[in-house]
Write a new protein. Structure first.
Length: 555
């Protein structure tokens, strides 16, 4: 028979009052322990997970970061002797951004902030040393920004300037990098570090920068060695990019026809990385004067007159001054008879120089690096999928016209050139069902779930949740057992014979009292059950009336 909530609480209180002092204390302690366990389990389940904020911190950086976290009221934990700081998982990235805005951590190296504490009267040598330290610290911070680099140190060897050319020395630098576990620098990154250092120090060549890792391995090429390996790596990367571009073109043009999962294409490109420079000068035959271009023209013309020779009687008489001038009396007839004096002889010289342009052609050509020499394309197309009338799915090969159409599309997409020696091979074959379109084995439905569970984070979460569930289950079982004992005691009163469920002890026929039920204080569930069976055997009508009464009251 079900009890109302009020009756249940009353029976629990009555049963608790009937317990002895020791049992009351034990029950209270058990309930308090269960409540404490539930509270601790809930707090433990709700407590945030801590993740690494920074690792391998120096004592100076660690103290500054802890002071900043204390100002922000952020809980933190210190591990591994103070070199690792842990903060709540949800605040890791926000705190890194906030601390980075404050310039923390500084990485254990000083930068140009060292120049802010210059003392008055410092010598030029000390100032130069501080500048070199600051420059090395800034370069180390820049190198630590690389993803694979955990820490870095830079040593600069800058000689003192001199006015003597013979005594001048080139600066050099050495870089020590410590990598994260499982990380490494490729040749391109090493070259980038070398050029970063060389561009920051005047007159420093990238060849004079040495890069060494924490294992003592020389990452930079030796001085004087040819960097052909770097060129080959760059060329290989370029070849892969060209091949991937052509393969993507072919697949993109065929996907609308056969489906994105029914075509695969691979392209092999032969590229020429030979660098050729050629200069040629060609002269044409001389053109006619009317077609030629005048470059320059010079004309020189001169005229001269020859003076008369000396005449007269040689001697002293000829050197005397002339006498008084007299006008001669001449008649017109005499004048006409006098012959004219001949002009003095003269000479004329004329020179003309004309320069024509020389017709020539100067051609300077430089060959294209990475020129395409040949293309080879291999295309695989899946069988055509067909659905029959009965709903069954089948596959059949493509027809010859369809293959020819696909072949023509592939040729157009790749820019097929027969003179260049290009080749195309299109194959129609069924695809394997055990391979996914990405080329990897098809994962099982539980693959992702199993991978997540087997990961370290997943194992930690499962242990945490299972532990909390086990504690809660144990507490519930203990509480249920305690409440059952209290309820059982609350259903009887000392000195009064009652049936289970609160029914008064009946009277037998003839007025005799029924003595089949023992004292309730010393009875247990089995004794009550035997008493009820005995009562039903002796007085079946009475039991039937009691049950009828219960049904009538809805209990």
């Amino acid at each position: 028979m079900a009890q109302s909530p009020g009756q249940g609480i009353t029976s629990l209180a009555r049963g608790f009052a009937q317990l002895s002092v020791s049992r009351k204390v034990g029950l209270l302690v058990a309930l308090a322990a269960a409540a404490a366990i539930i509270v601790v389990a809930s707090m433990w389940a709700r407590s945030p997970e801590y993740r690494v904020l920074y690792s391998n911190l120096s004592e100076r950086d660690g103290g500054e970061v802890i002071a900043a976290l204390a100002q922000l009221n952020i809980p933190y934990r210190v591990a591994q002797g103070g070199s690792v700081l842990l903060v709540p998982e949800r605040q890791v990235y926000d705190l890194r951004l906030q601390l980075a805005a404050q310039g923390l951590p500084k990485g254990g190296s000083v930068g140009f902030e060292l120049m802010d504490t210059q003392k008055f009267g410092i010598s030029q040598f000390a100032e130069q040393v501080n500048y070199q330290r600051a420059l090395a610290g800034e370069l180390a911070r820049s190198i630590q920004s690389v993803t694979s680099v955990q820490s870095a140190r830079v040593h600069l060897a800058i000689p003192r300037p001199t006015v003597f050319v013979r005594e001048q020395q080139r600066p050099s630098a050495s870089v020590f990098v410590a990598m994260y576990p499982g990380r490494m620098l490729d040749s391109t990154q090493v070259s980038a570090i070398q050029h970063l250092i060389a561009s920051s120090v005047p007159q420093l060549s990238a060849r004079n920068v040495t890069v060494v890792d924490q294992s003592g391995n020389l990452l930079s090429p030796p001085a004087g060695a040819e960097t052909l390996a770097q060129l080959d790596a760059t060329q290989l990367k370029y070849v892969h990019a060209v091949e991937a571009s052509y393969a993507a073109r072919i697949e993109n043009i065929l996907k609308p026809l056969v489906g994105s999962e029914n075509v695969r294409a691979q392209v092999t490109a032969a590229l020429d990385f030979t660098r050729v420079e050629e200069t040629s000068e060609q002269f044409k035959p001389n053109p006619t004067p009317t077609e030629a271009t005048v470059r320059s023209q010079q004309t020189v013309e001169s005229a001269s007159t020859t003076p008369q020779a000396a005449s007269g009687v040689p001697g002293a008489l000829s050197n005397q001054p002339p006498g008084a001038a007299t006008a001669p009396l001449t008649s017109p007839a005499q004048t006409q008879q006098t012959p004219a004096t001949a002009p003095p002889p003269s000479s004329t010289n004329r020179e003309s120089i004309t320069n024509f342009e020389v017709d020539k052609v100067i051609r300077h050509s430089q060959g294209e690096v990475g020129a395409l020499k040949r293309l080879s394309a291999a295309v695989v197309v899946n069988y055509k999928r067909e659905v029959a009338a009965d709903g069954s799915v089948g596959y059949k090969p493509l027809t010859e016209p369809e293959l020819q159409q696909i072949n023509a599309l592939v040729r157009e997409a790749m820019g097929f050139d027969q003179q260049r020696g290009d080749s195309v091979n299109v194959v129609n074959t069924p695809f394997s069902a055990e391979v996914t379109p990405g080329g990897e084995a098809a994962p099982s439905p539980w693959g992702a779930f199993a991978q997540d569970i087997t990961s370290p984070a997943g194992v930690g979460r499962m242990i945490k949740y299972l532990g909390a569930a086990a504690i809660v289950l144990i507490v519930l079982l203990l509480a249920r057992s305690a409440l059952r004992d209290v309820g059982r005691l609350g259903r009887v009163e000392p000195g009064v014979g009652t049936l289970p469920g609160g029914m008064a002890q009946p009277q037998l026929a003839g007025g005799a009292e029924f003595t089949g039920i023992p004292d309730a204080t010393a009875a247990n569930f089995e004794a009550d059950l035997r008493a009820v069976k005995e009562l039903a055997r002796q007085e079946p009508r009475l039991v039937a009336n009691v049950v009828k009464d219960w049904v009538g009251r809805g209990e």
